[in-house]
Write a protein that binds this ligand. Structure first.
Ligand code: HXC
Length: 295
């Protein structure tokens, strides 16, 4: 779809780049010639991804163990990265989420999501943006949001609130930093099945199942999104030539949210025992993931 060297010479950091949507976007940036940096909490997962992508495409993928919830850790890592060479692009992809009735959430449960999505995303954006301003360099920031920044979302209230905050950050900083050629845009993907999200948002459902099944059967295009569609849009937003495009959140969802429904409305009919079962399934996934973490 693009010239092979579209992103040649660019250094792009993808947070949460070891798995899921982050890994897929990293794959496309590498394919189009960028040097790709990925960070995340699970160093082993990052290293496996870096190897897989470099074996597939050639090029360079560097890994940084980083939990974006720690403001100082974020600034130290971004400092180290800039000492190696300035970034040209940042993808705010790292996130956390799980479905829960809001009345069942503890304060720590709220904090678990907000500290990653709302606080962590700001820390990384701030740390990269201030260096671009100091160095008088332009740059492109793409944040991965969800269509619930427009609709809200029952049963994922901490994520809906936090991602809406990043939607506001995108518009605000596009205005504030536009003078320096720093662009901020966002992508709001609809259903793009990944193991991490599905285990916490549709527990028990197979991420490889057909879209005609279950809660996504109402998608106007009758299918899930394809990773190439996300990779191509992210590549376009990272490239030169669309520098006047900033401050926008682009839905990539087959027009799903325009059909008028919000995500998870179907969950309103679940009973107490269903929520207990969902919670244990999600917690088992979280525990399994934690055992793989080294930071
Ligand atoms: C209620 C829950 C819960 C659940 C966790 N908690 N899971 N409460 N229901 N299912 C509560 C815990 O009880 C605890 O509170 C608090 O949350 C912190 O839990 P930890 O497991 O210690 O948190 P932590 O290790 O920080 O893990 C963060 C996490 C985890 C967000 C909970 O899921 C994670 O690391 N996720 C990263 C990957 C991920 O979520 N990917 C999906 C992104 S999808 P108490 O009070 O008990 O101590 C996405 C949107 C996609 O972002 C949009 C699609 C359209």
């Amino acid at each position: 779809m693009f010239a092979k060297d579209l992103l040649k010479g660019k250094r792009i950091l993808v947070t949460g780049g070891g798995s899921g949507l982050g890994k897929e976007m990293a794959r496309y940036f590498l394919k189009y010639g960028a040097e790709v940096l990925i960070c995340g909490r699970r160093v082993g997962v990052l290293e496996d991804t870096a190897k897989e992508l470099m074996d597939e495409n050639g090029g360079l993928v560097k890994c940084y163990g980083l939990d974006i919830r720690g403001a100082q850790d974020v600034d130290d890592t971004i400092e180290q990265i800039f000492l190696e060479g300035p970034l040209d692009g940042l993808v705010n992809n790292a996130a956390g989420n799980f479905i829960s009735r809001t009345e069942d959430l503890s304060h720590r449960g709220f904090e678990a999501i907000a500290s990653i999505v709302f606080h962590g995303t700001f820390y990384v954006t701030h740390s990269v943006g201030k260096r671009w301003l100091e160095l008088d360099r332009k740059g492109s920031i793409v944040s991965i949001l969800a269509t619930w920044v427009w609709t809200g979302s029952a049963f994922t209230v901490p994520s809906a609130m936090s991602k809406s905050g990043i939607h506001a950050m995108t518009k605000s900083l596009a205005t504030e930093w536009g003078h320096a050629g720093i662009r901020l845009n966002a992508i709001a993907p609809g259903p793009f099945p990944t193991e991490g999200a599905w285990a916490r948002l549709s527990p028990g459902q197979d991420p490889n199942a057909d879209a005609s099944d279950g809660m996504y059967s109402g998608n106007p295009m009758g299918r899930f999104g394809e990773m190439a569609e996300l990779g191509n849009l992210a590549t376009f937003l990272m490239s030169d030539g669309c520098d006047y495009l900033t401050g926008q959140t682009i839905a990539l969802d087959g027009a799903e949210y325009l059909t008028g429904g919000t995500f998870y409305r179907a969950l309103a009919s679940l009973k107490d025992e269903d929520w207990e079962a969902i919670k244990s399934t999600i917690k088992a996934t979280n525990e399994k993931d934690k055992q793989k973490r080294s930071v």
